[in-house]
Design a binder for this molecule. Sequence first.
Ligand SMILES: NC(=O)c1ccc[n+]([C@@H]2O[C@H](COP(=O)([O-])OP(=O)(O)OC[C@H]3O[C@@H](n4cnc5c(N)ncnc54)[C@H](OP(=O)(O)O)[C@@H]3O)[C@@H](O)[C@H]2O)c1
Length: 251
Amino acid sequence: MRSLFDQLRKQLARQRRRRKSIPPSPPTQEISMTTALVTGCNRGIGFQLCKQLAERGDDVIGVCRSESDELNQLGIRVISGIDIGRGDAMPRLRAAIGDQHIDVLVNNAGILRSDKLGELDYDEMMEQFRVNTLGPLRVTEALLGNLGEGSKVAIITSRVGSIEDNTSGGYYGYRASKTAVNQIGTNLKHDLHPRGIAVALLHPGLVATDMTGRQGIAPADSARGLIQRIDALNLDNSGGFWHAEGYALPW
Ligand SMILES: NC(=O)c1ccc[n+]([C@@H]2O[C@H](COP(=O)([O-])OP(=O)(O)OC[C@H]3O[C@@H](n4cnc5c(N)ncnc54)[C@H](OP(=O)(O)O)[C@@H]3O)[C@@H](O)[C@H]2O)c1
């Protein structure tokens, strides 16, 4: 028994000596700020992403076509007048960003048009491809020079883009535009991996925004989940298709 106490005493003394030998932390530590750029920032999920990222101290750049009062009240940097479906907007976006490094790029902007077999409007279908499919690729390509080792690209897609999960049909243009952006995201995963950039395809859930006629969960709850997924994104899990709640979705 005595030798056990001796042993414990010696261990304690060793621990105390070790603790003393750890140098104290410097009084101030340099904290590197994360810079996040979010498209479609003036309302809905994009607005909530900007709000929550700014609230936790990230340096947020919101990109939109037109500003909103609630966006302007956030006090973040806003680049307006950018239609992600138009190539001629990209030089303006690039000029506004300059050589600012971007840690997190969230391609959130998107549109949904209802359609019906027998009455399909092919121009509207093309419009959804222009915005939902080509938009995220266009913005990512335009900002490639601002991304680097450790950067992350999130694409807000939809589970309705999943072929396996399509049990009801309808929404020809929207579904196909999101399926195609999933392919784009998978390509980006491969092309950006050697540069140390991770990519995620994220479904926000059914969210109560203008897009859904305010049906679904609160945009704040969706944004919270999306931010958790982006935080957890790395090169090892790059290219996944996840629900904001954290589970993988079928392709
Ligand atoms: N809500 C849902 O349940 C749900 C489910 C699955 C996926 N999603 C996806 O989540 C993303 C955000 O949707 P949301 O629900 O927040 O929709 P929302 O409230 O309708 O907001 C859409 C955002 O995208 C912007 N946008 C649309 N077209 C644009 C363009 N050509 N150029 C630049 N910005 C454009 C809008 O800006 P303007 O004000 O200028 O139009 C707005 O900021 C979309 O990609 C959507 O497909 C949503």
